[in-house]
Design a protein around this ligand. Structure first.
Ligand code: NAP
Length: 248
């Protein structure tokens, strides 16, 4: 059964990792896709793969989600392609760990701009389009670190805790338009983001997973599929942990 047939879906940060896994799964469920990241070549390659495999409609929208002006221009382009948006996945993010004494103002600014401010920018435009059709689903990719914190992750953890606050606030604000807003909080997932960690930190995080193994991007994509689909049509304001038991 195809769960997203003819749904128009924008996924930020979908050139690789979790975003690319969501795009691929959604394509297999009949979605019409709008792929974003800052890397035109990577997006072009992914689009080619998806179109060849699933034969679906798939467009690329390269822009930097941390820039309010670029987001505005990106949505302007989206509007020339479609007058409808059913689902927005705010997935783009960066990880830039530092102990308190080493954190720089530029690092704080960049991390919050990409991980947090972008969600407000994109949700502003997306919710206007969703209001036209009287429904929609916004899915924000948070992190387990936004709830429990971690040494060296004050900036990242703060940026992701804010994502949870934004999710719950927008869920309350947009519910009467039948726009649902939920978050997924991944634990430790096998992507470029975690592959770059030093060996000791990598092992430490692996050791904290009750199920004993790292998650795959597809594990996050499966939860996103549920939240994007009508199976979750009465679910809003929730944060779904997908972490192999890191939090229990
Ligand atoms: P990843 O492989 O590094 O992918 C990050 C994606 O974000 C890439 O597509 C990247 O594209 C895009 N991106 C970064 N800066 C951007 C910008 N300014 N504008 C537009 N796109 C931008 O990481 P991932 O693991 O898939 O992470 C996806 C999300 O999951 C992030 O929000 C991350 O914080 C969250 N998360 C991941 C884990 C984990 O264990 N992997 C755990 C918890 C939460 P370009 O570089 O091509 O622009």
């Amino acid at each position: 059964m195809k769960l997203l047939q003819y749904k128009h879906i924008l996924i930020t940060g979908s050139s690789r990792g979790i975003g690319a896994a969501i795009a691929t799964l959604f394509a297999s469920h009949g979605a019409i896709l709008y792929l974003n990241s800052t890397n035109l070549d990577a997006l072009t390659n992914l689009r080619k793969q998806i179109v060849e495999t699933y034969g679906c409609e798939c467009y690329i929208l390269p822009f930097d989600v941390s820039s309010a002006n670029e987001v505005k221009a990106g949505f302007k382009k989206l509007f020339t392609l479609t007058k409808k948006l059913d689902v927005l996945i705010n997935n783009a993010g960066i990880l830039d760990d530092a102990l308190l004494g080493m954190i720089t103002p530029a690092q704080i600014q960049q991390t919050f701009a990409i991980n947090t401010f972008s969600i407000i920018y994109c949700s502003q435009y997306a919710s206007r389009l969703m209001q036209r059709s009287g429904q929609g689903s916004i899915i924000n990719i948070a992190s387990i670190i936004g709830s429990v914190g971690n040494k060296g992750q004050a900036v990242y953890g703060g940026s992701k805790a804010a994502v949870i606050g934004i999710t719950q606030s927008l869920a309350k604000e947009l519910a009467h338009h039948q726009i649902r807003v939920n978050a997924i909080a991944p634990g430790f997932i096998d992507t470029q983001m975690t592959q770059q960690l030093p060996d000791d930190k990598y092992q430490q995080r692996l050791d904290s997973i009750a199920m004993g193994h790292i998650g795959q991007p597809e594990d996050i994509a499966n939860s996103a599929l549920f939240l994007a689909s009508d199976m979750a049509k009465y679910v809003t304001g929730q944060v779904i942990g997908v972490d192999g038991g890191m939090l229990i």
